[in-house]
Ligand binder design. Structure first.
Ligand code: ARG
Length: 454
């Protein structure tokens, strides 16, 4: 076993201890960010005269060759190394000799891993944000295509009022816009480099921390070395944002699963995004939507896991923190996959416009509008509400909709009804007359806004 602490120890690490302790099996995916951090550290050491410029150059060249070899699969991760940091350092020294041993001057694996995870997470946050933008673009184009696709909107999963599909999708656009904003906030808050914090109390070498921060694309270096090596807030925030993204995706998936059911038939999933049954030949199942909904639990789990890992930790670094990686990697992979798959699925779904409109006409979705009609004829809203209630009861008895009643039948219940009621409670009027800000009739305004900001 290639351990980094030979001097103080007289015994080899027990095999089981090594296996329990190691992180290379999962932190190997940090190789590129680890090399990036090390190159900047070496460059700074050279600039500050802590090592010679030649040594710095030799280290940087060595690190570049390691990166190239990992990427073209000619260098395998050595399972005898404890983690990605020790693997790369050992391999560097194997390649370039003495200067390799100087790379770790003024650095600890504590600030090294803090840096690696921060760069990795920052890149992931940007990638997530881009995936959300792709989804938003698809949703916006669906909105533009479905301004007059009428459908029922629900409360308590019961038909409430009619709307158009553009308005319905717009609700999710708002959610994903907030998700993207949240990621932007996190990116800004985490934009500080912990490199140079050392093990926990900085170092006596004249490091230029703001220089490495700048080389690494951070705003500046962090302000407290103990916090720098033990802060995982940015990761918790990221997992929290991921959980909210998954919650939004999961709600949308639930809608699609319901709309895809035999009872609703509002949508038809594309064959490429559905699966069949091994026994029931008629089946076409919305597995992708169900999986995204299901994987939401896994992402919440990562958030709760890391919060719990961190809650009792005294300052500064504790090995517990190594537990941040597997859950975070899994959650980030899951959210990226879910966003990608969901975007493909929603892009290819087809909407059964006629069925949706028919459904919107059933279930007295125009009852509020009928009451509003009477209000316009001078009847106080509370009385109008009662009158329409009686009307609905009558319709239930006759198994028909309000607009199916003749004017004589309507007048029997309230004399204020006139011929113009039919237009006032038509599906088109009900949707398009709702012109308040954010309502389905004002959908063009929302679309204009989305065109500007997506
Ligand atoms: N593998 C460790 C981690 O992920 C790296 C830091 C180890 N530092 C230490 N002092 N043992 O947290």
């Amino acid at each position: 076993m290639a351990v980094l602490w030979g001097g103080r120890f007289t015994k080899e690490t027990d095999d089981k201890v090594f296996a329990f302790n190691e992180s290379l099996s999962f932190d190997k995916r940090l190789y590129a960010v680890d090399i990036k951090g090390s190159k900047c550290h070496a460059k700074m050491l050279g600039k500050q005269g802590i090592i010679t410029e030649e040594e710095a150059e030799s280290i940087i060249k060595g690190l570049d060759s390691i990166l190239a070899d990992i990427e073209n699969n000619t260098l395998e991760f050595d399972p005898k190394c404890e983690d990605i940091h020790s693997f790369i350092e050992a391999n560097l020294t194997k390649r370039i000799g003495e200067p390799g041993k100087k790379l770790h001057t003024g650095r600890s694996r504590n600030d090294q891993v803090a840096l690696d995870m921060r760069i990795y997470t920052k890149n992931e946050v940007i990638a997530l944000s881009d995936l959300i933008t792709s989804l938003l673009k698809v949703l916006l184009s669906k909105m533009k295509d479905n301004k007059d696709t009428y459908m029922p909107a629900f409360t308590h999963l019961q038909k409430a009022q009619p709307t158009n599909l553009a308005h319905y999708i717009g609700a999710y656009v708002e959610m994903f816009l907030r998700d993207r904003d949240r990621l932007k906030d996190i990116e800004e808050r985490m934009d500080y480099s912990p490199l140079g914090a050392g093990a926990l109390c900085g170092t006596t070498y004249p490091l230029d921390r703001d220089y490495t921060a700048e080389l690494l694309g951070f705003k500046e270096a962090t302000y407290n070395s103990m916090d720098s090596v033990s802060d995982r807030d940015y990761l918790i925030e990221t997992l929290s944002a991921c959980s909210i993204i998954m919650m939004h995706l999961s709600r949308f998936c639930e809608e699609l699963i319901i709309w895809n059911s035999n009872e609703y038939r509002f949508i038809e999933m594309d064959d490429a995004f559905s699966t069949g049954s091994s026994i029931m030949p008629q089946k076409k199942n919305p597995d992708i939507a169900e999986l995204v909904r299901g994987k939401t639990g896994r992402v919440y789990g990562a958030l709760v896991s890391l919060l719990t890992t961190m809650k009792g930790l005294p300052l500064a670094y504790n090995k517990d923190m190594q537990e941040d990686k597997e859950v975070a990697f899994d959650a980030l992979d899951t959210v990226k996959d879910s966003l990608t798959l969901f975007t493909g699925m929603i892009d290819t779904v087809s909407f059964n416009k006629e069925i949706m409109a028919k459904s919107a006409m059933k279930g007295f979705t125009n009852a509020t509008d009928a009451a509003d009609y009477l209000v316009r004829k001078g009847i106080p809203f509370r009385d109008a509400h009662g009158i329409i209630g009686i009307l609905v009861l009558k319709c239930i008895e006759k198994d028909c909709s309000i607009e199916d009643l003749s004017l004589t039948e309507l007048k029997e219940i309230c004399d204020s009804f006139d011929e113009d009621v039919y237009d006032a409670i038509s599906l088109k009027t009900c949707v398009e007359r709702r012109l308040t800000k954010g309502a389905p009739g004002a959908i063009d305004e929302s679309i204009k806004r989305y065109e500007d900001i997506i």
